[in-house]
Design a protein around this ligand. Structure first.
Ligand code: GLP
Length: 243
């Protein structure tokens, strides 16, 4: 695991975007694993800037998002499909049919999970997966639990996670109670994982996840089992790290 602490958030945004840009320059048909939440927004902004400056094209890239809420339409402003469109896809040259997000509106959610896993298998290994971390240690929407699912599955969102995500909704009760998420097994299959975190509020869980015991009650701790993890944090999130 390579852990890097940067002086400020903007430096992390630039450095994390560079990892994506350099990969795509070397491999134009790279498969990217993408995340939502506040954390990757700056990375995506820098990826858009690189496209606008003619440094990179996303024409042949394929993407798989980690997760999606169950029960809200893909064009709802709070869906992760809308998030990806607004924060990345509509500002770069990736064809929409090369972007994949679980569909939380399907009647048969189990079938949707199977479809998503099969699609990932058909496209091939994710080259680079960006991750944020929930304050309870979740990755994607893999919540702390005695057991974790390896494959894409439906999860009940914890009260803590719903509370954390409530600021995106006009009313806390509108936060969906369920989501579809890639499993921890799928996440760990990515060739490289880039974990990004900002702010003092993430420091304790990062220390626990990256230096504590590997434990399904802290899903991000399973990243310790992966051979190529890069962690990029600002000073506040990485205050505990002594190098
Ligand atoms: C969300 C997402 C995660 C994200 C996490 C942290 O619920 N499902 O993929 O990493 O919570 O969010 P944020 O980046 O806003 O702190």
């Amino acid at each position: 695991m390579r852990i890097k602490v940067f002086e400020n958030k903007h430096q992390v945004e630039i450095a994390s975007a560079s990892i994506f840009i350099e990969l795509i320059q070397q491999k134009p048909s790279a498969v990217l694993g993408l995340a939502t939440g506040d954390t990757p927004i700056g990375t995506y902004r820098e990826m858009i800037a690189a496209y606008q400056q003619g440094k990179v094209s996303y024409r042949y890239v394929r993407t798989f998002n980690l997760d999606e809420y169950v029960g809200i339409a893909s064009d709802h402003p709070n869906s992760y499909a809308s998030f990806m469109k607004n924060h990345l896809f509509e500002s770069i040259d990736i064809p929409s049919e090369q972007t994949h997000i679980p569909d939380g509106q399907q009647q048969d959610l189990e079938a949707e999970c199977i479809r998503y896993d099969e699609l990932m298998k058909a496209v091939g290994q994710i080259d680079l997966q960006i991750l944020g971390i929930g304050r309870n240690g979740h990755i994607g929407f893999n919540e702390p639990s005695r057991t974790l699912s390896s494959k894409t599955h439906v999860v009940a969102l914890s009260a803590e996670t719903r509370k954390q995500n409530a600021h995106h909704f006009s009313h806390p009760e509108q936060v969906p109670t369920q989501a579809i998420t890639m499993g921890v097994g799928s996440i760990l299959q990515a060739k490289t994982i880039l974990l990004v975190a900002y702010g003092a509020g993430k420091a304790d869980i990062l220390k626990e996840a990256l230096q504590g015991p590997v434990n399904t009650e802290v899903p991000a701790s399973l990243l310790q089992l992966h051979p190529r993890v890069i962690v990029m944090m600002d000073q506040e999130a990485g205050s505990w790290y002594r190098g």
